[in-house]
Design a protein around this ligand. Sequence first.
Ligand code: UDP
Ligand code: UDP
Length: 118
Amino acid sequence: QDERYRHFLDQHYDPKPHGQNDRYCNTMMRRRGLTSPCKDINTFIHGTSDNIKAVCEDENGKPYGTNFRISKSRFQVTTCKHIGGSPRPPCRYRATREFRYIVIACEHGLPVHFDESF
Ligand code: UDP
Ligand code: UDP
C-alpha cells in the first residue's frame, strides 16, 4: 500500500465517527497528529474506503480541473476548523457536519490529497 495513501487515510478517513461535534474535532485532530502546530482546516470523510477509493475510478469519480477528481456521490463529512489565533496546542476546533461531493487528488489509483468539498 502506498505511503501517501496511508497518509491520506490518517488525515481524512473516519468510517465510524462519534459525535461529529467540536469535541470530536478536538479529539480527532490530536489523535491523527494534526495539532503541532494546529492545522487550520481538516476534513474527515465518513464513507467506506472502497467508496472513497472509487472516486479515483469512473465508478464514483470524474476528472475535475487538471489534477483532481470529484466524487459522483456525496459523502457524509465533518470539517474541523481551527478557532483562535495561536497555532500552538492545545488546539480548539469548530465542527461542521456536511453531506458533500469531495475533490481529491489520486496517484496510482489511490487518494493522496483532499482538496475541498461542495
Ligand atoms: N483541507 C481540508 N478540507 C478542506 C480544505 C482544506 O481537509 O475543506 C486541508 C487539506 O488537507 C489541504 C489543507 O487543508 O491540503 C490545506 O488547504 P489549502 O491549501 O486550501 O489551504 P487553506 O485551506 O488552509 O488555506
Ligand atoms: N498532492 C497532490 N496534488 C495537490 C496537492 C497535494 O497530488 O494539489 C499530493 C502531494 O504530493 C502529497 C499528497 O498529496 O504527497 C498529500 O498532501 P498533503 O500532505 O498536503 O495532504 P492533504 O492534507 O493535502 O490531504
